[in-house]
Design a protein around this ligand. Structure first.
Ligand code: HPA
Length: 264
């Protein structure tokens, strides 16, 4: 067992003893703007600050509460992380992916990763949800070390995306580019990302998706377009605008997410 998987097993054991839930079915990471969506997923049975479990840091970003919620839908147990840790917090990749690894160690075979993103594809409007079809990892980092040659051909499960489209047939799909942040991109960087095939840009998700695939879980990724990417609209970017767009869209994207999760 690797050092990181041992840390996840320890956190999962503590989680089980705190919630009384032996096996989770689905884990969700609620990114900026997505936390209110967790209220629509089912009955909240336990909540705890994630930092009370071994190996977790408190998320440092406004809009990321650091609460872990154990949810029952009647038939299934869901685990929702209300917020996440980002690479730009400066603690390396382990804390970024510890939640996903812990959730998989606690039984979750499906991991749903949500985020706020800048829209690069001109078809996207602020407030739209977009399924992540694939990613481009521009962080130059990996959560894996050693010869862990994980296949990323189907990193965002085609099967899960198909299920999502049975709920919302017109749901857009796109390629998510992850930048290291915390600064937003320059217009030139956005032109570069567009040229290499990115539709969305953000600062999260890809490392968690890689760790989830290594651990053997299926991944569904969804972005909420909170702004048009730098230089593509006549506006500057600020984090408050990102949060505000999330608040405005919370009910609609929350309902969509809850309906999708009910089917996976
Ligand atoms: N760039 C990077 N990350 C983001 C953006 C963006 O435009 N919007 C929300 N998260």
């Amino acid at each position: 067992m690797t050092r990181t998987s041992r840390a996840a097993e320890e956190a999962a054991a503590e989680l089980r003893s705190r919630t009384g839930v032996d096996t989770y079915d689905v884990a969700l990471v609620m990114g900026s703007g997505w936390a209110p969506a967790a209220d629509l997923l089912g009955d909240s049975e336990h909540e705890l600050p994630v930092a009370e479990l071994p190996g977790f840091l408190r998320p440092a970003v406004e809009g990321h509460s650091g609460i872990l919620r154990s949810i029952s839908t009647g038939e299934r147990h869901l685990l929702a992380f209300l917020g996440r840790n980002h690479l730009y917090e400066g603690h390396g990749t382990d804390p970024v992916v510890h939640g996903v690894r812990t959730a998989v160690a606690a039984g979750a075979r499906t991991v749903v990763l949500t985020n706020a993103a800048g829209g690069i594809n001109p078809a996207y409007t602020v407030g739209s949800p977009v399924l992540i079809a694939d990613h481009i990892n521009m962080t130059a980092r990996s959560p894996l070390s050693g010869p862990s040659f994980v296949d990323l051909t189907d990193v965002y499960s085609a099967q899960l995306r198909k299920i999502a489209r049975t709920v919302e047939p017109d749901l857009a799909e796109g390629v998510y580019a992850a930048m290291p942040g915390p600064q937003y991109e320059t217009p030139a960087e956005i032109r570069m990302l567009r040229a290499v095939g990115a539709d969305l840009v953000g600062m999260s998700t890809v490392l968690e998706a890689i760790a989830a695939r290594e651990a053997g879980a299926q991944v569904l990724g969804m972005s909420l377009v909170t702004n048009i990417a730098a230089g593509l609209a006549d506006a500057n970017l600020d984090h408050e605008e990102v949060l505000e767009a999330g608040r405005e869209s919370a009910a609609v994207v929350g309902r969509l997410l809850a309906d999708i999760v009910a089917k996976i």
